[in-house]
Design a protein around this ligand. Structure first.
Ligand code: ADP
Length: 744
């Protein structure tokens, strides 16, 4: 162009650059092609100065083209001079640097972005020089290391992460030796941020080249994988737990591919079916179905086929014959179908559980519950019977008392009434004795005092006791004894009670005119005692029950003949305590009954037993007797009876009163109740014994408790004798008579 900036030449590149044709612009002002956009006025001024003074200028400038684009160019301008050196025009060469500028700016932006990413990424990043000093590190890694980004820069790894130095030296050493990256290296350790807590990382280390074939240092990407590791551990643990749980609950798991008809079992399934496990768990379908008992198979298969057809769920129970021991086991199965994309059953997954033991326990439990409620029902019945039975004798006793109070009753009537009252009372005492016995026996508190006794002594004691009743009922009793004497190891009164109970049942459950046969016979080393009657008999279905406590065969009917339903329980337990057994037989109602007791005999005859049936004549005594009892009626009636016997008596109604009266009265004998108000019997006894006058007094305890333990306590307190209430008047008279004799 000339000095006026008229275009004189334009090359093809310039035409393309500015999108003009030379023909259009030659001879026209440069401004027809573009206008210059100077960065600043100073830059423009400096450019002209340079052109003027040195004849050239070079710089970067933006040309705004006439079609509205901005083109970044690098421009050289040179003045053209003629031969005389005068300026005649200008040459401008331009290079489009728009693209270059744009990529530089882009690059810068990318760099910034990368920086941001690296700085804020949840992945740690760092760059170490060859000496292993931190050159660059991002926020995340600095955080992990527990100090700021700045505090890392220039510091050696051993200062920042001393626990990891060994790992880092190994990794970087490997990179130096091979020139290759170390990828996905996992390791664990503690960090400065959380000392004492083990964390897990995955690191990838890269060599950073210096561009000249050497190395600048090491770049690293560090990822904290602790959470992942933890969930892996949790997963692993939960899988283990699941396995242990299925093993512990004994649940077997199976899956069946319906299309290929392949079946896979877990280890437990093999155990349930008693089949040796296959390595991959694969079994034939018939391994399972073939074990099912034929009677359970059709129903079980039908349910399973329905599950396949309906793509549903099912629950089955069937029995299998276990293969290894042929034992029949009950299986509970639950299964669910898995469908394919078309909604058709592809898989069935299910469980098997051996519930044989559970079933047995359930049945046991049901039986137990029914036994319990039966026992409960019997107990209720018993209480009702008890109330009834205890009330029964009370009415005649009360009537009798009333009658005796009335004036002018003939002596013979009084005597008859008295004997009726005595009978009723004996009956009541008998009931209560039975009750106490049965409770002692069931609580295991009854101790037998066994000795070698002739069986005849036992039998006759029972026979003698029952005779009055048999006679009263107009029945016949025959007793057959063996020739040779038989000796048993027994507690005489207890064993005699066994036969008494059997005989009294025989009488009770037979009508007047009935015949009771007692037969004693030796059979080998046993003696067999049978008590047979011609009475009402026992129905076959009742036979097994009658020895149970509180059992009475027919409560409602007129056949119920008094009693508490415990006599046979006492019989059975006592016989068993003597090493024997008892059995009931009957052909049925109306056909009589037979009770057979079998006991072991002692062959060798030991010391002869005192015959014990010397009839006691009432003996008179004349002693000073003090009666202490808080039950005034008891105290008064006993004192009265003793006075009638010829004794001098006094009464007291509590323990302290007893001691005081004794101090004045100086008795020979004190009959002292134990459960007394103010001062109990034991203490009262000790006080009396403690007095100089009390040493020789005969102290007799009267109590409702007759166990060995009770006797021991009485003796310890200083009593001479221990009598169980209600006192047997004859025994007491005998004891007093002996004391009388001893005193003289
Ligand atoms: P109870 O006090 O009711 O007699 P037991 O335990 O002695 O109680 O007898 C239980 C039941 O067995 C009686 O209620 C009666 O039904 C039946 N029983 C016992 N002995 C005989 C017998 N000799 N003949 C018929 N039934 C009997």
């Amino acid at each position: 162009m000339d000095l006026n900036e008229c275009v004189t030449y334009l090359n093809a590149a310039a035409e393309r650059q500015y999108r003009v044709s030379a023909g259009d612009v030659l001879g026209r002002q440069l401004s027809h092609i573009f206008s210059r956009q100077w960065p600043s006025a100073e830059a423009e001024a400096a450019a002209w100065v340079s052109l003027r003074e040195s004849g050239e200028w070079c710089g970067e400038i933006v040309h705004r083209t006439n079609d509205g684009r901005e083109v970044q160019v690098e421009a050289w301008q040179t003045l053209l001079r003629d031969a005389g050196g005068a300026a005649v025009g200008m040459v401008t060469a331009i290079r489009d640097i728009t693209e270059r500028e744009r990529s530089a700016a882009e690059l810068q932006r990318v760099g910034l972005l990368l920086d941001t990413i690296l700085r804020t990424a949840p992945i740690g990043f760092c760059f170490l020089d060859l000496d292993l000093r931190f050159v660059r590190i991002n926020e995340r890694l600095a955080q992990i290391n527990g100090i700021s980004v700045e505090a890392h820069l220039g510091r050696h790894v051993s200062e920042v992460v001393p626990t990891l130095v060994h790992t880092l030296l190994t990794v970087t050493g490997r990179i130096l030796a091979t020139g290759e990256s170390v990828l996905n290296h996992e390791f664990s350790g503690e960090t400065g941020a959380a000392p004492g807590v083990t964390r897990f990382w995955r690191q990838s280390w890269y060599p950073v080249p210096d561009g000249a074939g050497g190395m600048l240092g090491f770049g690293a990407i560090v990822e904290d994988i602790t959470e992942r590791k933890q969930s892996e551990t949790i997963l692993h643990e939960s899988e283990t737990r699941m396995r242990l749980a299925t093993e512990a609950t004994a649940v077997g798991i199976w899956e069946w591919n319906v299309h290929t008809n392949t079946m896979r079992w877990d280890a437990q399934m093999f155990r349930i079916y008693g089949i040796a496990p296959t390595p991959d768990g694969l079994v034939a379908y018939t391994d399972g179905s073939g074990a099912v008992l034929p009677e359970d198979l059709p129903e079980s298969e039908r349910i399973l086929q329905d599950t396949v057809r309906l793509a549903g769920q099912s629950r089955r129970e069937f029995r299998i014959r276990r293969r290894h021991d042929a034992e029949v086991r009950v299986i509970e199965a639950v299964e669910t179908a898995r469908t394919n994309a078309q909604g058709k059953t592809q898989w069935v997954v299910g469980t098997n559980l051996d519930v044989t033991d559970r079933k047995a326990a359930e049945i046991q439990l049901l039986r137990l519950a029914s036994d319990l409620s039966e026992a409960d029902r019997r107990k209720d019945e018993f209480l009702a019977t008890l109330a009834h039975e205890l009330r029964n004798p009370l009415a005649p006793i009360r009537n009798g008392l009333q009658l005796m109070k009335m004036a002018g009753v003939p002596a013979v009537d009084v005597e008859q009434t008295r004997s009726m009252m005595e009978r009723q009372l004996t009956h009541m005492v008998g009931l209560i004795d039975d009750l106490l016995d049965v409770s002692r026996i069931t609580l295991g508190k009854l101790m037998l005092r066994k000795e070698h006794v002739p069986l005849t002594a036992v039998v006759s004691s029972a026979v003698e006791a029952i005779r009055p009743l048999v006679e009263q009922l107009g029945q016949k009793l025959t007793v057959t004894l063996p020739q040779q004497p038989l000796v048993v190891d027994a507690d005489l009164p207890r064993l005699s009670q066994v036969f008494l109970n059997l005989l009294s049942n025989a009488a009770k459950y037979s009508d007047p005119g009935g015949h009771i046969q007692m037969n004693v016979q030796r059979q080998g080393s046993d003696v067999v005692v049978s008590v047979k009657d011609t009475g009402i008999g026992i129905a076959a279905d009742q036979l097994p029950r009658i020895f149970q406590m509180f059992t009475q065969v027919d409560q409602s009917s007129e056949k119920a003949r008094g009693g508490l339903g415990i006599g046979l329980t006492v019989v059975k337990r006592l016989v068993e305590m003597h090493g024997g057994r008892v059995e009931a037989k009957s052909e049925g109602p109306g056909k009589g009954s037979e009770f057979v007791v079998r006991l072991p005999i002692i062959i060798e005859v030991s010391k002869p037993h005192a015959s014990g049936d010397e009839e006691e004549k009432p003996v008179k005594s004349s002693l000073r007797v003090l009666v202490v009892d808080d039950n005034r009626d008891s105290a008064d009636s006993l004192a009265l009876m003793l006075r009638v016997m010829g004794n001098d008596t006094q009464r007291a109604y509590d323990g302290q009163d007893g001691v005081d009266v004794a101090a004045r009265f100086r008795p020979d004998v004190v009959l002292l109740d134990i459960g007394l108000p103010v001062l109990n019997g034991y203490d009262a006894c000790r006080r009396i014994r403690g007095e100089p006058w009390g040493k020789g007094v005969v102290l007799i305890a009267m109590t409702g408790w007759g166990q060995d333990e009770d006797r021991r306590r009485s003796l310890e307190a200083g009593f001479d004798h221990h009598l169980v209430k209600p006192l047997d008047p004859r025994a007491l008279m005998k004891m007093l008579a002996e004391l009388q004799v001893a005193k003289q």
